[in-house]
Design a protein. Structure first.
Length: 127
């Protein structure tokens, strides 16, 4: 669903997902290219109307939170990045991420090895 959102609405939604919850001012401050407070409130209302955002009353006004699971949104955003910058190749994207120089923890390396083993098994099974 978020793939069809206008760019700025998608940015507001993805920012809210990163925050997990927040008021319009918090969302506005977290944007890479801030909008006016009224523009952020308008976009949050639009996202609420589309069923992507939930609004509750908080001590300092409305608090917004994303309705879909953050994992689902992250998967969609990652797929868009892979399609846009890596010609649809997850392997190329993974190689680029690993080449960025950040060290993996032992748990992360183990999880990555397991994911690679599963992908290899799936490829051998023709899945």
């Amino acid at each position: 669903m978020i793939e069809i959102l206008p760019r700025r609405e998608r940015e507001v939604f993805e920012t809210l997902c990163r925050l997990e919850a927040g008021g319009s001012a918090q969302v506005r401050e977290a944007l890479s290219d801030p909008l006016s407070d009224s523009a952020v409130r308008t976009m949050l209302r639009r996202l609420e109307t589309k069923g992507l955002v939930r609004r509750t009353s908080g001590p300092d006004g409305y608090v917004y939170s994303p309705v879909p699971q953050t994992q689902t949104v992250a998967a969609g955003a990652l797929q868009r990045m892979i399609d846009t910058f890596f010609a649809g190749s997850a392997a190329s994207a993974a190689t680029a991420l690993l080449g960025m120089g950040q060290r993996l923890t032992a748990e992360e390396a183990s999880a990555l090895e397991q994911a690679i083993d599963k992908a290899r098994e799936d490829a051998e099974d023709g899945r």
